[in-house]
Design a protein around this ligand. Structure first.
Ligand SMILES: Nc1ncnc2c1ncn2[C@@H]1O[C@H](COP(=O)(O)OP(=O)(O)OP(=O)(O)O)[C@@H](O)[C@H]1O
Ligand SMILES: [Mg+2]
Length: 303
């Protein structure tokens, strides 16, 4: 196991990065260098301390999925290992390359579609709350009598706006998205999201995991839609242990739910400075991410 969490990358010979909740993004012109750090966020707050090795798992799992899914949609990856970066970039990184090994990707810079593209096959999180309060999720009416963790009659597309600066993403109906993007782009996003979800869920099921829901980001590059950011990681998805799944109950999960549960039990108000995660929660979180990787990829992550 890596001993220390990488909370922030420092690459002094590159321009100052944009620091998202999890990734540090270095703008190189037509390309981006994206570094997956060990930061973890929940309820739109970055928590302390980091989860040592989490960024490497996110990076390696995204690469696995981008390749697994590239017959459905192209993705932003140009090079997923520092050895494969162009010589000029490797020279600029110099000795700092060691800091980002196993967690950095060189990608095509795209115009990011300003909606989170979410697919849900089961009721959880904001989907469950919306259903409980109004019988529908993002304008999709659902049958009565569903419970927390129920399987939906069929997977649904539930977009959300992409908010920045610590604001929650807001669930919207397909019609709202279509109004902003036009029927052609919105239709393609819905079709691709549901197909990617179907493929992800099928692979997960073959490894005793339920992919309850997931979020994709897309971008436009030379007029073509590509998958960007990350794909089907435990940060962007809910993965459940199939043997513990039962509607109405909370299944064992291999994602951020473990951290959310601990935060909920701590009594934190979701607004003030979040409590510092104790060592057993840090370890338990990493274990869950490692287990998701093991099952989905069939190998150990390189930590
Ligand atoms: N190929 C790409 N082209 C342009 N932007 C990208 C690309 N891939 C990822 N991004 C952007 O890089 C950032 C990655 O950082 P991170 O995932 O940590 O952000 P975040 O805080 O989760 O914010 P967001 O909600 O926008 O994802 C995101 O803003 C994402 O939209
Ligand atoms: Mg993100």
């Amino acid at each position: 196991m890596t001993a220390e969490a990488l909370r922030a990358s420092h690459l002094p010979d590159l321009p100052e990065p944009f620091r998202g909740k999890v990734r540090d993004v270095y703008d190189l012109g037509d390309e981006l260098l994206i570094v997956a750090t060990d930061r973890i966020s929940a309820y739109d707050h970055i928590l302390a301390p980091g989860i040592p090795g989490k960024g490497k798992i996110l990076h390696q799992l995204s690469v696995f999925w981008f390749r697994h899914l590239e017959d459905v949609v192209p993705n932003h990856l140009l090079a997923a290992r520092i050895e494969d970066f162009p010589e000029s970039l490797r020279r600029r990184l110099g000795a700092d390359a060691a800091q980002i090994a196993g967690r950095a990707a060189l990608v095509s810079k795209a115009r990011v579609v300003p909606f989170e593209c979410v697919a849900r096959g089961f009721l959880a999180g904001s989907g469950f709350r919306e259903y409980r309060d109004g019988g529908a999720v993002c304008g999709v009416a659902l049958p009565a009598g569903l419970e927390r963790a129920s399987r939906l009659p069929e997977p649904i597309f539930t977009p959300a706006t992409k908010e920045t600066g610590g604001h929650h993403d807001v669930n919207v109906s397909y019609e709202v998205m279509e109004g902003e993007l036009g029927p052609q782009l919105a239709g393609n996003l819905r079709r691709l999201t549901l197909e990617l979800y179907r493929r992800g869920a099928e692979h997960a099921a073959a490894h005793d995991l339920i992919l309850a829901d997931t979020k994709f980001e897309f971008g436009l590059l030379d007029g073509e839609l590509i998958l960007v950011d990350e794909a089907l990681t435990p940060d962007s998805s809910r993965y459940w242990e199939v043997s513990t799944w039962q509607p109405g109950e909370e299944p064992a999960s291999f994602d951020k739910q473990f951290v959310r549960n601990w935060l909920d039990a701590s009594g934190w108000d979701h607004e003030s400075e979040p409590p510092v995660l104790p060592p057993d929660v840090v370890e338990g979180t990493l274990e869950r991410y490692v287990e998701a990787y093991r099952r989905l990829v069939g190998a150990e992550p390189a930590l």
